[in-house]
Design a protein around this ligand. Structure first.
Ligand code: GDP
Ligand code: MG
Length: 695
């Protein structure tokens, strides 16, 4: 049936006011109807009837919140002389759902009472309960929170879930923008009225319990930007009072209500509730529009598509259960840290982590699965994520330790095998050790890889692979160097004798012999390199570079031999030898005994000049047959070599310069020295002739 705006004018039977309440000049009006529609048409006229149309700021607004049938309407009627519907003590008749408004008797107080359905349609009921609570909180100066004493400390009974939701939405919807623009926050008084107070537990204890619950709720709220650090007391003041049992102690109850009333009407009362700071500063004539706009915001707000009470409870409890499970879990995994951080590899880490995780989940499942299934499942996902992220550092740490361990092992094994296996094939050793290391790593890494995580080991395996490759590359370079050095030593050993022999028998083809020997020895060296380098998996470039270096070093080694064989004393001895061969021996190789008729001067000059002619031959490496000449690149002509010089890997190498054995100046010096020696030998020969004649 349609409900008239103001009873008793045209109210249906169920909402007729009793005669005791008809003394109130105007009855109650339904502000929000059972279809959640705001009754804008009758609000203005009602204000008129209540004589408040011209009250300006001279009125106050009060509302009530609390579970069904906790005596809210009874209290309001007693306190303010209003005529809200009261559930009959004998027949549980249906009251009309909605938000009702009434003016207090002989006071400019507008009182709002909420009627929910006491039915079984809990979901729908909760939707309206939340909307009306939010509306009341946003519009009233004083919000009476009505609860039984035995509900104190109970999450659901004491409306804590409802309050949490309403606090949260109120903060986001009505306070955030105000706090930003005005700076000053809009304060509301929450007056907790604890009903059926037996008296055993003092008010202070009850209020402390409620305050603690509220503070906890406030901490857990999702707060809008800029209000993250806000306190519950920034937006609410609190007052607590108790009332005795209305039926068992009717006289005390009435007395207590009378006392409570003075707080609403006597500004001199220290507990006066309508402090100016709670007033929303809306003139009475603007109230219809103002309240309608608040209701509209409440109705259109998406945040109010809120979880049901059951879900809220589930969230709260699942969080508690998850926290307890996690706390146990956290202590049980504590020991891993020092081992992992100390660089150890824990053999059973994977199994241990899995066990601790499943223990925590099992304990969560046992207690939490009884709650709202979707919430439970969602919270389980959250818990699993939290467990995983606590374990993840151990997983990563173990991988890091394994990684280091495998690298060390790899290096050690390769070196060991190279030491103990006499004819090892470097390439084979490296590839087999690498395979072993990677296989071991993969196995160990997979052993700590838990299911139901986003963990992966592929990247780690790839990285280890790359690092092992880098190490083997370095080892290969070292090994190649060692091999090349060995080849160079062999070359040096082999080139010595042919050079010495050729330089010992100077002649026009002296250098041809040297160079032919060089070529032959170098060819052997290169062949050795190519043969050995095969198993090293060297790149084409590395081979080209190594061979070029080998050629250069071989050449330098030849040059060193040449230098040694043309050092001052060696060369002087050689020249003297050549001279003596010519001067002191005849063509048949027989020692000469000079007779006076012999052309000793002529023989001397011939031997001396022939020997002198050898000096330019020694001075420069130049074969008679241009076909045997050696040509190597100089660092200057070869950009790549120059680059290597710049990087400090190679020395400056000027091939043309290396062909010069000694300079013009030294040529002259050697010549002069030789002449002196030759002259001395001549004088000595002359003397021997003279003395033989004298005999
Ligand atoms: P509301 O649904 O919260 O508005 O509750 P009502 O005011 O309609 O009262 C519900 C029932 O509780 C009625 O039968 C009242 O007589 C009874 N009641 C009202 N006040 C008290 C009280 O202080 N103590 C107890 N035990 N019952 C009360
Ligand atoms: Mg009621």
């Amino acid at each position: 049936p349609a409900v008239a705006p103001v009873a008793p004018v045209a109210a249906p039977a169920s909402t007729l006011v009793s005669s005791s309440q008809s003394s109130n000049a105007a009855g109650r009006m339904q502000l929000i109807d059972e279809n959640q529609k705001f009754n804008s048409a009758h609000f203005g006229p009602s204000l008129d009837q209540w004589g408040l149309a011209d009250a300006g700021f001279g009125y106050d607004l009060c509302a009530v919140l609390g579970s069904q049938s906790t005596g809210k309407s009874t209290l309001l009627n007693k306190l303010f002389g209003t005529n809200f519907d009261v559930m009959s003590e004998t027949a549980r008749q249906q009251t009309t759902k909605g938000i009702w408004m009434c003016k207090g008797l002989k006071m400019n107080v507008l009182v709002m009472d909420v009627e929910g359905t006491d039915g079984r349609e809990r979901g729908e009921d909760q939707d309206f309960e939340r909307k009306s609570a939010l509306f009341s909180m946003a519009s009233a100066e004083v919000l009476i929170v009505n609860l039984w004493e035995h509900q104190v400390g109970l999450y659901q009974g004491a409306n804590m879930g409802l309050l949490k939701t309403v606090f949260e939405v109120n903060l986001g919807l009505f306070q955030a923008s105000k706090a930003k623009t005005a700076g000053a926050k809009d304060k509301t008084l929450l007056l907790f009225v604890i009903r059926d107070h037996i008296g055993v537990t003092p008010l202070e204890n009850l209020s402390a319990t409620i305050m603690a619950d509220l503070t906890k709720i406030w901490l857990s709220l999702a707060k809008p930007e800029g209000l993250e650090a806000s306190q519950i007391t920034d937006f609410f003041d609190f007052m607590f009072t108790t009332l005795p049992h209305k039926v068992l102690q009717p006289a005390e109850f009435d007395k207590a209500v009378d006392a409570l009333r003075t707080r609403f009407v006597d500004p001199k009362d220290p507990n006066f509730v309508f402090k100016t700071e709670y007033h929303k500063r809306i003139p009475a004539d603007g109230l219809p529009h103002y309240l309608e706009s608040i209701w509209e915001q409440v109705m259109t707000n998406k945040d109010l598509d809120l979880p049901t009470q059951q879900e809220l409870l589930a969230q709260f409890r699942c969080d508690e259960i998850a926290n307890a499970a996690f706390a146990l879990f956290a202590t049980s995994i504590k020991d891993f840290r020092k081992h992992i951080e100390g660089g150890s590899i824990l053999d059973t880490l994977g199994a241990d982590m899995a066990l601790h995780r499943s223990t925590a989940l099992a304990s969560f499942d046992r207690d939490a699965s009884r709650y709202h299934q979707e919430v439970y499942k969602r919270k389980r996902v959250d818990l699993l994520e939290k467990l995983n992220s606590s374990l993840s550092p151990f997983f990563l740490g173990q991988l890091k330790n394994l990684h280091r361990h495998m690298l060390q092992n790899f290096k050690r094994s390769v070196l060991d095998r190279m030491r103990t296996e006499p004819n090892y094939d470097f390439g084979l050793v490296v590839s087999s050790e690498k395979r072993t290391a990677l296989a071991k790593f993969s196995a160990a890494a997979n052993a700590v890889l838990l299911a139901d995580t986003d963990w992966a080991v592929d990247e780690e395996v790839a990285q280890l692979d790359a690092e092992i490759q880098a190490i083997s590359d370095t080892m290969r370079v070292e090994e190649t160097k060692k091999m090349v050095a060995q080849i160079e030593r062999t070359f040096k050993k082999n080139i010595g004798e042919p050079v010495e022999m050729a330089l010992n028998a100077p002649g026009p083809e002296m250098w041809d012999q040297v160079l032919v020997a060089f070529r032959r020895t170098l060819e052997q060296a290169e062949a050795t390199y190519v043969r050995k380098a095969k198993s090293f998996n060297c790149t084409e470039e590395e081979n080209t570079a190594a061979l070029a270096a080998l050629r250069r070093k071989s050449w330098l080694s030849l040059r060193a031999k040449v230098d040694e064989q043309t050092a001052d004393s060696v060369l002087a001895a050689r020249l003297r030898g050549c001279f003596e061969d010519r001067f002191r021996y005849d063509d048949a190789g027989t020692p000469r005994v000079w007779k006076p008729e012999d052309d000793m001067d002529g023989a001397f000059r011939k031997a001396r000049d022939e020997t002198l002619a050898l000096i330019p031959l020694y001075a420069r490496i130049e074969p008679k047959d241009p076909a045997v000449a050696v040509q190597l690149a100089s660092t200057e002509d070869d950009a790549e070599l120059q680059g290597a010089v710049d990087r400090g890997e190679e020395e400056e190498f000027d091939f043309a310069q290396t062909l010069v054995v000694f300079s013009e100046a030294r040529k002259a010096e050697i010549g002069t020295r030789f002449r002196k020696e030759a002259d001395a030998l001549y004088v000595e020969a002359k003397r021997s002739t003279v003395s033989s004649i004298a005999q």
